[in-house]
Design a protein around this ligand. Structure first.
Ligand code: AP5
Ligand code: MG
Length: 216
């Protein structure tokens, strides 16, 4: 049923940027646990204010909370056509929970695509990132600038800098990725689902590589 993708990669690899392009091509939603958590924090629900403490430290939010979020999100009708998971799963426990959810729904993962970029470039990308308050589209102060400074080309809303996009927090996020998320590369390799692409190059070049993997 549908096209079910997981984009795996460290902070700044381009998961969000590429998801937005894949939405248009395949008509399936992007499901980003980071975006869902930030929206919940903005709405000030108590559980999510606690989540923000982890996010600001560059640590992972507890598995139970994100698994619950994904369970609810994948039941919405738009994701029955397929989904692009961006930033989930991030631990082996989350990957196991996702497998169980999909098995009970009679669904499968089509591809897990790991986007690889060296740490030095990741830091540069994240520190220069700007994000739209309205539609969540990402920009970069040097690599992907909006037509009018500070304003989103797609929806006209203001751009802002994410609270966790500071150098110190980003270093913590990179470390968290290495310790807790990188083991998923071996996990999905063993399941014969993993494909890796080089995440260095222009946004369009990386999009072309992704499409090649997806369409074979
Ligand atoms: P999340 O929002 O998922 O952040 P992340 O994984 O750290 O990833 P980013 O969003 O920073 O990077 P991206 O790969 O999307 O890069 P982007 O495309 O924007 O998570 C935030 C926090 O929430 C976590 O730290 C954790 O606390 C919590 N959380 C989320 N999910 C969780 C889970 N499952 N379990 C537990 N906790 C969870 O690109 C980055 C920049 O580079 C942009 O400025 C972009 O314009 C630019 N760029 C993109 N592509 C290129 C290119 N090819 N060339 C040059 N520049 C480029
Ligand atoms: Mg992102």
């Amino acid at each position: 049923m549908g096209l079910n993708l997981i984009l795996l990669g460290p902070p700044g690899a381009g998961k969000g940027t590429q998801s937005k392009l894949l939405i248009d091509r395949y008509g399936i939603p992007q499901v980003s646990t980071g975006d869902i958590l930030r929206a919940a924090v903005k709405a000030c629900s108590p559980a999510c204010l606690r989540a923000n403490e982890f996010m600001l430290k560059g640590a992972l939010v507890p598995d139970e909370l994100v698994i619950e979020i994904i369970k609810d999100r994948l039941q919405l009708s738009d994701s029955l056509k397929g989904f692009i998971l961006d930033g989930f799963p991030r631990t082996v426990a989350q990957a196991d929970a996702l497998n169980a959810m999909l098995i009970s729904a009679g669904r499968i993962i089509d591809h897990v695509i790991s986007i690889t970029v060296d740490n030095e470039f990741l830091l540069q990308r994240v520190i220069g990132r700007l994000t739209c308050k309205g539609c969540g589209r990402g920009y970069h102060k040097i690599f992907d600038t909006p037509q009018q400074a500070g304003v989103c080309d797609s929806c006209g809303a203001d751009l802002f800098q994410r609270e966790d996009d500071k150098e110190e927090t980003m270093r913590a996020r990179l470390n968290t990725y290495q310790v807790q998320t990188a083991p998923l590369i071996g996990y999905y390799e063993s399941a014969n689902l993993l494909r890796s692409i080089n995440g260095l190059g222009s946004i369009q070049e990386i999009n072309d590589s992704l499409i090649k993997v997806i369409e074979g």
